[in-house]
Design a protein around this ligand. Structure first.
Ligand SMILES: Nc1ncnc2c1ncn2[C@@H]1O[C@H](COP(=O)(O)OP(=O)(O)OP(=O)(O)O)[C@@H](O)[C@H]1O
Ligand SMILES: [Mg+2]
Length: 269
């Protein structure tokens, strides 16, 4: 990538959960460019969620350093950090604190010391954004998996942070809901310069991002623009990734492994 400002930097970061276990992350270095969309992909257990937890300071590196906006992350900065990074965790179950959907979204705002009048405007707006306005007074626990994900996303949208981390945050949504939310997030990214870091198993979503980080067994396997990364198609399949449909088709059609958009494929055909 051309020279640009980085909002997050991992510098030779290693991490393990328990001292008697192997490293969950092994000497991982990368930059997250400000205002761009970075996707993180890799097989189950490759370390994606661990990266997300380190990014927001839930876990601390065993070795190496993490920088947020050029400042080395220290425990005393963590409260400040939470104002800048919003995260939707992989498992929304563990994320609810409010007795109702409405209160849950409001609670996050209260933590950010947002005035009550402002809160009354923001909460319905973000619930509408995720198509959950009609569930305002439901208990979060009574929602379906996809509905929980929507509420968790609303909670992060409400905070209006400059960085949003999505850990498989749309995995349980139906295709229409997914497309809608990805469009909304893309809108925040393009129009409001929000930096997006999205952990995903969906390589066609990753193909639309600005930068891809591919993990394999706790180490960086590849980093680059999707086009560069996908040019290593066969290696990606070997580490357990499923290539986007349009790319597999393209590979079958001609012995070339460049990523091609769906539209591009149609015109080829
Ligand atoms: N709370 C934990 N305690 C101990 N080990 C953990 C914990 N969470 C993750 N690990 C281990 O760390 C490694 C990386 O896990 P991580 O959750 O980061 O993977 P992931 O890439 O997010 O996988 P998935 O696609 O399944 O979500 C795995 O080997 C896992 O067993
Ligand atoms: Mg995970």
């Amino acid at each position: 990538m051309e020279s640009q400002d980085n909002i997050i930097k991992f510098n030779h970061v290693s991490f393990k959960y328990n001292s008697d276990e192997p490293l969950a992350l092994n000497d991982v270095s990368f930059d997250i460019p400000k205002g761009k969309w970075t996707s993180i992909v890799g097989h189950n257990g490759s370390g994606k969620s661990t990266i997300a937890k380190l990014m927001i300071g839930i876990q601390k590196p065993l070795e190496g350093d993490i920088y947020f906006d050029h400042q080395r992350m220290e425990p005393e900065h963590l409260n400040n950090l939470r104002e800048h990074i919003g995260i939707v965790f992989q498992n929304p179950e563990n994320q609810f604190v409010g007795a109702t959907v409405e209160y849950d979204v409001a609670f996050g705002l209260e933590n950010h010391a947002i005035e009550h009048d402002v809160m009354r405007e923001i909460v319905p707006k973000v619930l509408k954004d995720v198509d959950m306005l009609d569930r305002l007074d439901y208990e979060p626990q009574s929602l379906s998996g996809g509905q929980k994900q929507r509420v968790a996303i609303a909670g992060v949208l409400a905070l209006n942070t400059k960085v949003i981390v999505l850990d498989e945050a749309t995995s349980m949504l139906d295709p229409a809901g997914r497309t809608e939310l990805l469009n909304l997030i893309r809108h925040l990214n393009i129009e409001k310069d929000v930096t997006i870091i999205s952990v995903t198993h969906d390589l066609s979503e990753a193909a639309d991002s600005d930068q891809m980080i591919v993990l394999n067994e706790g180490s960086i396997f590849k980093i680059g623009k999707p086009k560069e990364v996908f040019s290593h198609g066969e290696e990606l399949t070997k580490i357990g990734l499923d290539l986007p449909f349009s790319m597999r088709m393209n590979q079958m059609l001609r012995e070339e492994s460049e990523y091609i958009t769906y539209e591009g494929l149609l015109s080829e055909l």
